[in-house]
Design a protein around this ligand. Structure first.
Ligand SMILES: Cc1cc2nc3c(=O)[nH]c(=O)nc-3n(C[C@H](O)[C@H](O)[C@H](O)COP(=O)(O)OP(=O)(O)OC[C@H]3O[C@@H](n4cnc5c(N)ncnc54)[C@H](O)[C@@H]3O)c2cc1C
Ligand code: FES
Length: 266
């Protein structure tokens, strides 16, 4: 049996093809790793390291932002926030990348889905992008609800605009779209359209709002959760999140969970 056909995560080295600074602290990285690119699905992620002498010690998790199985590459959209991502930001084409993946369960698109809503805050759009492209391929209408601190941090907005039925923006400073909660727009759409599934990624607050709307309008909803991860493969239990079915490992049972299952304590 070919190694690509075995459904276990692969631990391999990849090659950095390009690393582009998009905006402020946001970057897009393209990695060549054909075995992983051929198996990756929307909503899954890789654990990655490209630092010497195990400093920092642990790999870091990143969602697949683009998957090109034909060329054997995948993209990561990332925000520079700490030691690991600072090293990533400085890396150059040709650098080696240590990878484990693909990991996690990925998004489900139920049969007979006609309309979906994607709700993203900031870098949360990274996890949703392959789902948006897959939905487009299947002829599903996409309503996108994007929010960020300020207008130039509304990432991928042109691309999403070109393939979505409608796109709604909110920014904290009002520099693009409206100020306030992007879910207010979603509520307006829900009053007029049947949205079969809502997918959300980006903040706890956003997910709680989706849960409230779900109670009122009764749609399927899935969230891509983030927790600090040590192993990424279900072994250390360091990434557990409270659900109404006990604690679940975000890296193994997730990162995609039905919104109604997830419990936030605060
Ligand atoms: C399944 C999954 C998918 C992810 N996908 C992406 C992605 O596509 N793009 C992207 O930019 N980031 C993504 N992240 C977050 C990314 O893993 C972290 O930003 C990264 O690990 C930070 O590493 P660092 O060494 O730069 O920062 P560190 O030095 O480890 O941390 C810097 C600061 O950020 C905080 N922090 C670190 N990780 C997280 C986290 N997961 N949630 C909240 N706060 C955190 C730390 O507490 C600390 O305050 C994902 C996380 C998960 C769990
Ligand atoms: S990170 Fe180790 S179990 Fe999830």
């Amino acid at each position: 049996m070919k190694i690509e056909n075995i459904n276990i995560p692969l631990m391999i080295s990849g090659n950095l093809i390009e690393n582009i600074n998009l905006n402020d602290n946001y970057y897009r990285m393209r990695i060549k790793a054909p075995q992983i690119a051929r198996k990756a699905k929307p909503g899954q992620f890789v654990m990655l390291s490209m630092w010497k002498n195990k400093d920092p010690f642990l790999k870091r998790p990143f969602s697949f932002y683009g998957i090109e199985s034909d060329s054997g590459t995948f993209d990561i959209l990332y925000k520079e926030i700490g030691k690991g991502t600072q090293i990533m930001a400085k890396s150059k084409a040709g650098d080696l990348v240590e990878l484990i993946g693909p990991l996690g369960n990925g998004f489900k698109i139920p049969e007979n889905t006609n309309n979906i809503a994607v709700v993203a805050r900031g870098i949360g759009i990274a996890a949703l992008m392959p789902l948006i492209l897959e939905s487009k391929k299947r002829g599903i209408a996409i309503y996108a609800f994007l929010s960020a601190q300020t207008g130039n941090l509304l990432l991928c907005s042109n691309e999403i605009n070109s393939i979505s039925e409608k796109v709604f923006y909110t920014t904290d400073d009002g520099s693009k779209g409206a100020k306030g909660m992007v879910t207010n727009f979603l509520q307006n759409v829900l009053k007029e359209e049947v949205i079969d599934v809502v997918y959300v990624c980006g903040s706890k607050r956003l997910t709680k709002h989706i849960r409230n709307l779900q109670r009122k309008y009764n749609f399927l909803a899935f969230v891509s959760l983030e927790e600090h991860m040590a192993c990424g493969i279900g072994a250390c239990k360091g990434c557990v999140h409270k659900t109404n079915d006990g604690y679940k490992r975000v890296c193994k049972e997730g990162p995609i969970f039905p919104v109604e299952e997830v419990i936030f304590d605060d």
